[in-house]
Design a binder for this molecule. Sequence first.
Ligand code: GLA
Length: 450
Amino acid sequence: MVRYQIVLGVLGAITPLAASLPNGLGATPAMGYSSWNDCGSMRNNGPNGWCWDTEAHIQNVTEYFISSGLAKLGYVHINIDEGWLKGRDNRTGKMVEDFEKFPSGMKAMGDWIKKHDTYAGSGEKMHYGLYSCRGTVQCGRNNNYSAVGSYGHETADVDWMVAAGADYLKIDSCGATNYSHAGSFSQYAKYRDALNATGKKVWFSLCGWHHWYSPPDPSIGYTGGASLGNSWRIAGDGKTWPDLTQCMNTQAAVASFNGPGGWSDPDLLVGPEVYVGGQTDEQARAQFTMWSLFPANLLISQNVLAWSPYALETYSNEELVAINQDPLGSPAKRIVGGDLEFPCDGDGGGGGQIAEVHAAPCNSSNVWGRKLSGGNFALGFVNNAGSAAKITCDGNCFDALNISSSVVALKVRDLWAHADVATLTRPFTFTATVNGSGFAAAYKLAPSSL
Ligand code: GLA
């Protein structure tokens, strides 16, 4: 009798799943860590490197997220990207982990992470993420890491990873047999349905970075990825500020498809210390500022154990985390400025990763805005020019926020200075002075009386 009821419960859960992911997750974007830009897929940094003993490194990272207070702020996902899977058992076809990197195996790794409270006495546990790929091989094959993909093993692999304790699953697209919009959706749907059939609450993170995610293409009836997962990558890997500038441009095109349950994903939060690439501390802070505003997943992908106090201060900005996690879940739109370029004005790009310098007039600034819960609003300003600039949200810009006519004044709070800096009266207009070379400022606007 008991067994009969359980079967019915599972079937009941499956029925609506053909077209959606009703796992109840993703009311706000995910926050935590990803190993990708920290460790890469290999033991990339020699026997003395920080990822050589990957299992121990991930344990140290988890402890750091807890002791630093990041987990208390909401950074609770510890996600292991490519590099844990060695191959398949010849006889059973089951996934076999890389015991050189994870001597205790992936189930033990997950158990270890998930036994930890996010902070003393919280009663909430840390989360554990795993990674695979919908193709026949994983992405790192280009870097001599030749792990197999999950193609043809979708349900078995999902079951394996969920049994290992994963409550966050990233599925990449390398080596895929089909990159068309319809083909990609139907392949990803297999993972979604397999996840739903487990009956477990698992965050489903799609990593496609192909044109079928973005920009919106009317000919394919673009609707974002919420029918498949809780988050979906919209652009290529963001390692440097020029990459991240492109990620922001793509986000502008797809933002309106976001909301509680499903979020476009402009990629991981990178800093100066990454496996490949790098950017300045200020650009890392600008990325965090804009990703908080969008809102997008806040997954820190850096060697946090070698962080500067500036970096910890960046990601610990409670006021911006609150904007990211605002319960209204209203996506920010780009109100002023078109697709950004970088570098502009002959600026070297804070690291000089790309040679091209856009000639004047370079499209160097944006204003983004968004409605928040409680009748509040947020504004974000980006400056990619070579030097500081004054950027204005004028009357038209404020009109785009649809502020009720009953609001007579707005108190402006600088979310980096942690100070109220102005009270605006109608007609509303606000100018921010923003440093150059990849810098962002953010403000919260609260209705106020005169
Ligand atoms: C792709 C993804 C990255 C990462 C790597 C792993 O490039 O976009 O986020 O998962 O694969 O090789």
